[in-house]
Write a protein that binds this ligand. Structure first.
Ligand SMILES: C[S@@+](CC[C@H](N)C(=O)[O-])C[C@H]1O[C@@H](n2cnc3c(N)ncnc32)[C@H](O)[C@@H]1O
Length: 209
């Protein structure tokens, strides 16, 4: 059974790698990836008054896309202080929090939209991450799990470094099992060659009698 110490160790490994990867994330985003990133944001459809959390924000790649929707309240969360320091320089209007998303303080939320872009495979425990985040969602909140290079690309990264990317992106078949018993419902799922996009919406759990 995995324990908290294992999670800390996993997170320290992530930190170490991403603290030294800032330069690589500074590269310009290719036009096709940019287009698919726009599709991800459009599917989430954040409104001007929404509070948005970007999990594993890195240098804040998603932030300008979210800001273009008129969203003023954006929180970027990341394990890597070096990534966040670059994100902070780029997007001084956003708020940032350094740490594991499952430990994000209650007062940072609640959130209407939570993005996990190109990071869900890196979670120590995907179900635990979803359970923690669903406690920070508003009544109409949603979680967007996405990868603008697709699930097969994420699998290649996992094959290269299985310590870094621990899990595959959930399939349409495995997702219901992953969220079973959580206050979440699968609202949209699409696994195309170069775009993985899944939307989970908050549904309050009604106690069974
Ligand atoms: C591959 S980068 C993706 C960055 C960004 N989302 C993007 O689309 O370019 C993954 C980022 O997630 C962060 N990360 C990994 N696990 C995390 C966790 N449990 N909580 C918060 N951030 C995490 C890493 O430090 C890294 O900066």
């Amino acid at each position: 059974m995995p324990c908290a110490d294992d999670r800390q160790q996993h997170n320290r490994y992530q930190q170490r790698i991403f603290d030294t990867s800032v330069e690589c994330f500074r590269q310009a985003i290719p036009a096709d990836v940019e287009k698919r990133t726009e599709q991800i944001i459009a599917a989430a459809n954040p409104g001007a008054g929404d509070r948005v959390l970007d999990v594993g924000t890195g240098i804040g790649v998603l932030i300008p896309y979210i800001q273009r929707c008129g969203v003023g309240h954006i929180v970027g969360c990341d394990l890597s202080a070096a990534m966040l320091s670059e994100a902070q320089k780029r997007y001084p209007d956003a708020r940032f929090w350094c740490g594991d998303v499952i430990d994000i303080p209650r007062e940072m939320g609640p959130f209407d939209v939570v993005f996990f872009n190109a990071v869900f495979g890196n979670m120590w425990n995907q179900r635990h991450a979803l359970a923690s985040i669903s406690a920070h969602l508003t009544a109409t909140g949603r979680i967007i799990i996405s990868h603008p290079m697709g699930a097969a690309f994420a699998e290649q990264l996992r094959a290269k470094d299985p310590k870094m990317v621990l899990h595959p992106l959930p399939s349409e078949k495995s997702m219901p099992e992953l969220i079973r018993g959580l206050p979440l419902k699968l609202q949209y799922f699409s696994d195309q060659e170069l775009l993985y996009l899944c939307i989970l919406e908050y549904v309050p759990v009604t106690p069974s009698r």
